[in-house]
Design a protein around this ligand. Sequence first.
Ligand SMILES: Nc1ncnc2c1ncn2[C@@H]1O[C@H](COP(=O)(O)OP(=O)(O)OP(=O)(O)O)[C@@H](O)[C@H]1O
Ligand SMILES: [Mg+2]
Length: 303
Amino acid sequence: MTDNTTGTHGAVLQDSAPAPDGPLVELRGAGKSYGNIRALHGVDLKVHAGRVTCVLGDNGAGKSTLIKIISGLHQHTEGEFLVDAQPVRFTTPREALDRGIATVYQDLATVPLMPVWRNFFLGSELTKGPWPLRRLDIARMKETADQELRHMGIVLDDLEQPIGTLSGGQRQCVAIARAVHFGARVLILDEPTAALGVKQSGVVLKYIAAARDRGLGVIFITHNPHHAYMVGDHFSVLRLGTLELSAERSGIGLEELTNHMAGGAELAALKHELAQVRGVDVEELPEEGDLSAPVATSPEGTP
Ligand SMILES: Nc1ncnc2c1ncn2[C@@H]1O[C@H](COP(=O)(O)OP(=O)(O)OP(=O)(O)O)[C@@H](O)[C@H]1O
Ligand SMILES: [Mg+2]
């Protein structure tokens, strides 16, 4: 921050302007019911610029419901949803996008047979020439897509290749660079690494960090505590629609986060069940009530 109050930021700061370091997006006691199914209840969440907020939870925990509220697909039925400290209720994803909230879904909305650069500009094509002779500005689109991808550190051999020929991880990266280019302030990623192998997941995590370093507030939805811990600044764990844990990175280690995800008590119960099955080594699973203890990494007696 500078102390130059007459600078470009000074001009737009008014009485109602949010605190510059306040959250971009905030949920306060937010919840969502589908008819009489309560999918989400009493959730608090803050998303800050230049930080990665991880939302973890098992299947059916409410992760998608939470991001659908923030991305404008569904409306919350309880609590508050604020953007730049103003209460909002989006009725379409377009409204969220207009406030700088972009969502990258796992089944990316790309046209597989179209070139990478064309997909980059899909729905927002650049044109040139006066009406009615306006035509696509192909050269500028290719150049811009190339620059933006390079800026994020993504190097593709040929932007003419159909996007369908890229790996799942590369497609995720193109989608991240696209959101950054079109002015996203908040980037929501719904399980971007779920279908990827170790190496490709690493690549996607790298671009999540790159988006964060460019000042975006990132919401990273994942099942995987290891992936979350590699890039996360804050961890929110959902369980059966409620917030089971909300912790800053400094307040939690990977083992504890993993235990929260796995549900220590359920793991312990599973251990007893598995103990009945011959040949399954259950020694390394934690005991009930052993939530904060690190998971043993080597069997007793070995160095
Ligand atoms: N449109 C809907 N109508 C009724 N119930 C729904 C709807 N969408 C979600 N639910 C219910 O809300 C709960 C939370 O679902 P949600 O999809 O948010 O979970 P999730 O954490 O994203 O799970 P997953 O990891 O499987 O994607 C589930 O019990 C689900 O059945
Ligand atoms: Mg989901």
